[in-house]
Write a protein that binds this ligand. Structure first.
Ligand SMILES: Cc1cc2nc3c(=O)[nH]c(=O)nc-3n(C[C@H](O)[C@H](O)[C@H](O)COP(=O)(O)OP(=O)(O)OC[C@H]3O[C@@H](n4cnc5c(N)ncnc54)[C@H](O)[C@@H]3O)c2cc1C
Length: 386
């Protein structure tokens, strides 16, 4: 039963651009905006049979039974109540850049649009920000960089929303969100109760957190607090960062230089989802025991490996996939990117099942050749999975 207090609209709204993906950097405007978590009364609109194609970077066509935009804290409680009373499972959608839709979703899809960046504490050395879950991740990074606050610059141009970033502890170029994370606020799906999760309670790991394990699908993250540094320390010893900075003529790079270098590297290596549907790295880099790595290295001397805690070694999934011969592979409407074997692409009009079938073939092929089972980093949603 639909509640009388909500407005029900049927049909689609216009797709939106995600500026982190397809907008020129110079167009961003930064403001410390109103913080929209206060329980203010704003009418909530629900849309039935709503297309999700504009809201996932793979560009997969699939419909949500119900869809709404959560733009204020009061709306989040209202949407969760609606889901409970209607017997619908809620699904939280950010920028749709880490999901593969396998079919129509019999859920209430709640698109998180809680905005706002607020300074909640500041001293001579650091600043603590509270950021609404619906803020576009790169907008936050660019805002911090523009203020000279360091810690996020290596995570420049990662698509998606702030609220999704802790879910898989996003990382790039030697930095993970856990390095600057302070705490988050989340609302329990079951009863609408609010809770603060500290850094330890989030149990961050490599592309992992408690929200992908025992607390999966149980919480809606509404805001995230970050501690950023005013010391101007940069991390440039990863991949090509130092080399690109030198080419840019940045002898003593600051955080803005590092951000620019990383944007340049990412644009040269990764496909733009506005042009070619994808969700970035499709698989996680596997971590294997050092002894297993030694055996692998004796068979494949060129295999790269990066020592990790607990006598484990991280092996680049992209190397395994490329060496197994998949780079640039195309099959019907799906394929493997020709510059980055870790990225699966929708060549146009593909369904989620086609991408999943290609991913399964790659997993089987890599397992047969190297004895390593790749695990998807991308979340499979729908088709009985979530
Ligand atoms: C071109 C490209 C490059 C990428 N590069 C990187 C990279 O370098 N490093 C990296 O780590 N990732 C990368 N990604 C993956 C992706 O950008 C991140 O995982 C990002 O954090 C996903 O954010 P999103 O808002 O799009 O999440 P979505 O795809 O919308 O959601 C992902 C999951 O999080 C859940 N979720 C979303 N918001 C919330 C919330 N507020 N509360 C509770 N649950 C929520 C969803 O239910 C879903 O299960 C890349 C993706 C693309 C397309």
């Amino acid at each position: 039963m639909l509640r009388k207090s909500v407005i029900l609209e049927i049909g689609n709204r216009k797709p939106e651009c995600n500026p982190a993906i397809n907008g020129p950097i110079s167009d961003f405007r930064f403001l410390i905006t109103d913080f929209h978590l206060k329980p203010i009364k704003v009418a909530l609109s629900f849309f039935q049979n709503h297309s999700l194609q504009p809201y996932n970077t793979f560009g997969i066509e699939a419909n949500a039974d119900f869809f709404c935009r959560v733009t204020a804290g009061g709306q989040l409680a209202e949407a969760l109540r609606f889901a409970r009373e209607s017997g619908l499972s809620p699904f939280v959608l950010g920028g749709g850049s880490n999901i593969l839709l396998l079919g129509d979703l019999p859920y209430l899809v709640m698109k998180m649009e809680l905005k706002g960046i607020q300074v909640i504490q500041e001293d001579a050395d650091q600043v603590r920000l509270r950021v609404g879950a619906g803020v576009v991740w790169h907008d936050l990074v660019a805002f911090a960089v523009s203020q000279g606050w360091g810690g996020l610059e290596n995570l420049s141009l990662i698509p998606g929303s702030v609220g999704a970033a802790p879910i898989q502890n996003i990382g790039a170029y030697g930095v993970e969100i856990k390095d600057v994370f302070y705490a988050l606020e989340a609302v329990r799906v079951e009863d609408g109760q609010t809770r603060i999760f500290s850094r330890d309670e989030c149990r961050f790991g490599y592309r992992d957190s408690i929200f992908k394990q025992e607390e999966k699908n149980k919480w809606v993250i509404s805001s995230v607090d970050f501690n950023l540094s005013k010391a101007g320390i940069v991390h440039i010893d990863y991949g090509d960062v130092r080399k690109v900075l030198a080419e840019m003529g940045a002898g003593q790079p600051g955080i803005a230089d590092v951000s620019r270098a990383i944007i340049q590297i990412r644009r040269s290596k990764l496909p733009d989802p506005a042009e070619t549907g994808n969700a970035g790295s499709f698989f996680k880099n596997p971590e294997i025991p050092a002894t297993v790595f030694e055996t692998l290295k004796s068979k494949f001397p060129a295999v790269p490996g990066y020592p990790q805690a607990g006598d484990m070694v991280k092996v680049p999934a992209g190397w395994l996939i490329e060496t197994a011969g998949w780079k640039g592979y195309r099959e019907g409407r799906v394929g493997v990117h020709d510059r980055q074997a870790l990225v699966l692409v929708n060549l146009g009009g593909a369904g989620g099942g086609e991408v999943k079938a290609l991913a399964s073939k790659i997993q089987a092929s890599v397992e047969e050749r190297f004895g390593i089972r790749l695990q998807p980093e991308v979340n499979y949603i729908g088709g009985g999975l979530s």
